[in-house]
Design a protein around this ligand. Structure first.
Ligand SMILES: O=P(O)(O)OC[C@H]1O[C@H](O[C@H]2O[C@H](CO)[C@@H](O)[C@H](O)[C@H]2O)[C@H](O)[C@@H](O)[C@@H]1O
Length: 270
């Protein structure tokens, strides 16, 4: 039945095949509409959304073209642009350069924030040091596994050793339980992080303040950690825009990849 709040994604599809329920492996989401810039605020995830995923998370840098695009979008939206990432703010400063100080920045999965000269940084849990040591031991014993140390988290990456995923996830879940940290699964990575923050909370906080208050939030992201951002955007009159495909998502629209995100952003500035 079409006619609810999710009508934008409602299409009439067959629900049975050979008398059995048909399970679709991908949601069929529409391309996002072009909302008048004066009505919108933008919340942008970094890895997998603005930037293509690569093997080494430490090698990621926004090139001049992306920095220029983000500058133009920010001008067009009178400053209503935030980067909301699982990266730490320190990492985003390195990836984005001076531009990071012109944008609203929410890092570490909604745990730390910086905007208009005001910064909010929680206390780093000492348990992260123990988590780091345990993950480092694991990485040293398994080829192709990398450790990423962040302000409020530590992650194991296995993009070049994908068959090790079950072992990594089991270890991360056990350590999270033992050390009172949050297990954050990601794409080819598992992270232990400061509990409590999420990207939805970041969206709600920023949308409560000028200049974003009173506009419609649109959140672009590709990963588990972006789902609370999609929910918050939808609740506040905007929408989540999934980058790529997922079986279950709160996003109402989709774009296939970072290149199409860049094209969509460029159309906003036109
Ligand atoms: O919230 P995001 O901005 O999407 O950050 C999520 C995580 O992204 C990074 O990991 C991912 O990108 C890496 C570089 O392309 C890739 O190697 C890895 O497989 C991906 O999971 C980042 O390293 C993490 O800290 C972020 O939490």
């Amino acid at each position: 039945m079409c006619g609810n709040a999710l009508a934008a994604r409602c299409v009439h599809l067959p629900t049975q095949r050979n008398g059995r329920p048909l399970i679709l492996d991908k949601p069929r989401l529409a391309v996002p509409p072009l909302v008048p810039p004066r009505e919108m605020s933008l919340f942008l995830d970094l890895d997998g959304t603005l930037l293509d995923l690569v093997d080494d998370p430490g090698s990621v840098v926004a090139d001049a073209s992306l920095r220029g695009l983000l500058t133009r979008v920010t001008e067009r939206l009178d400053g209503r642009v935030a980067i909301v990432s699982g990266r730490s703010i320190a990492q985003m400063d390195a990836i984005l350069g001076p531009l990071a100080h012109e944008l609203a920045i929410s890092g570490s999965h909604g745990s730390e924030h910086r905007w208009q000269g005001i910064a909010a940084h929680p206390v780093r849990p000492p348990a992260l040091d123990e988590a780091h040591a345990r993950l480092r031991d694991f990485a040293d014993a398994h080829a192709g596994v990398r450790v990423e140390d962040k302000s409020y988290g530590v992650a194991l990456h296995y993009r070049t050793a994908p068959t090790i995923e079950p072992e990594v996830r089991t270890l991360a879940a056990e350590l999270a339980e033992a050390l009172n940290l949050q297990f954050q699964p990601g794409k080819m990575m598992a992270e232990l992080r400061l509990p409590g923050g999420d990207k939805g909370k970041a969206v709600r906080m920023l949308m409560g303040r000028a200049p974003m208050a009173g506009t419609r939030p649109f959140f672009l992201g590709d990963d588990d950690t972006d789902e609370p951002g999609f929910v918050a955007a939808r609740d506040l009159g905007g929408a989540g825009i999934l980058v790529g495909s997922r079986t279950v998502t709160a996003a109402l629209y989709a774009l296939p990849d970072p290149a199409s995100v860049h094209d969509w952003l460029a159309r906003i500035t036109a």
